[in-house]
Design a binder for this molecule. Structure first.
Ligand code: GLU
Length: 294
């Protein structure tokens, strides 16, 4: 078993991160496996070296250790580019110049007062730029623009789709937010309706969370992805990308979210629950374990 913890250095680690990291390492150790750390710093406008240093420091204090050198996503742009290029050559990608506001007004217009559907990638893309992307496979991959996955075209190429509907799946050994566990199946119709044309590469970033997480879980041979239930639905996107890129689908263990006393899940800005705060207050790593129920 190989597990990982993949924080973004955009703020302090809090109790929820401690739970995720300790659980992932415990699972690996109990199964005679390995545990890796990965720094997810693709958003260079929000990532800070001091947060990265603090992550190492807090994790070591918690009793967590990991092989070095640590994989850092900001150093892997070339790898992400290769995957984007392979999907571009297969005509699965289109350039998108819509702002978030453009997308919002396009999806809101026909359904005034109605429900605006969102996916784990944000608003479901209404397809605005899909039609204007004249594609020639000899064209270079567009830069300085967001790149989206042409989901319908991608899904149509799967054998399942051609033989009637199509069912994708992954194994859940933890629980989704509604208790989902075991074999989780979803259809291509579900993907088209509820996920749509996700962003594969953000402008100025050269990648996106979904693309890099999938590539790097495979690069580190992660067999069990241990992470919060808030990412359960995003796993469907990851399964599709794994299929498109010929990567294995690991087993997933989505764990409970650590909440504050009002039942609200902890956020990065929740400095009151920062590990560094508990350390400063004289807590021990065992106290942290008890607090999160480990
Ligand atoms: N970097 C992501 C986060 O901090 C990790 C997501 C994942 O574990 O897949 O939320």
């Amino acid at each position: 078993m190989i597990t990982r913890f993949a924080p973004s250095p955009t703020g302090p680690l809090h109790l929820g991160h401690a739970y995720s990291a300790m659980l992932a390492q415990d699972m690996a150790l109990e199964n005679g496996g390995d545990f890796f750390l990965r720094i997810e710093d693709i958003d260079q406008t929000r990532s800070r070296p001091n947060w990265e240093t603090q992550i190492y420091d807090d994790l070591k204090w918690l009793g967590i250790w990991w092989p070095t050198p640590v994989m850092r996503q900001s150093e892997r742009t070339d790898i992400y580019y290769k995957s984007l290029l392979s999907m571009w050559k297969r005509n699965y990608i289109f350039a998108c110049s819509c702002t978030r506001r453009d997308v919002l007004s396009a999806v809101a217009a026909p359904q005034e007062g109605g429900l605006i559907l969102t996916s784990p990638d944000g608003l479901i893309y209404p397809g605005t730029c899909r039609a204007c992307s004249a594609y020639d496979e000899t064209d270079p991959l567009p830069t300085n623009t967001a790149l989206r996955l042409y989901m319908e075209r991608a899904v149509e190429d799967f054998a399942e789709y051609r033989t009637g509907g199509g069912v994708f799946s992954f194994q859940e050994t933890g629980k989704g937010p509604n208790g989902e566990t075991g074999l989780i199946e979803f259809s291509s119709a579900d993907v088209l309706k509820n996920i749509g044309d996700i962003v594969l590469s953000r402008r100025d970033m050269g990648t996106s969370y979904h693309l890099s997480v999938v590539i790097d879980d495979a690069a580190q041979n992660i067999t069990h992805v241990v992470r919060g239930q808030d990412l359960f639905e995003a796993t469907k996107i990851h399964v599709i990308l794994q299929r498109l890129l010929g990567l294995p689908t690991p087993t997933y263990y989505h764990h409970k979210l650590i909440r504050d006393e009002n039942g609200k899940r902890l956020a990065k800005r929740d400095d009151a629950r920062a590990i560094s705060k508990y350390r400063a207050d004289g807590c021990s790593p065992d106290d942290i374990r008890k607090m999160v129920g480990l």
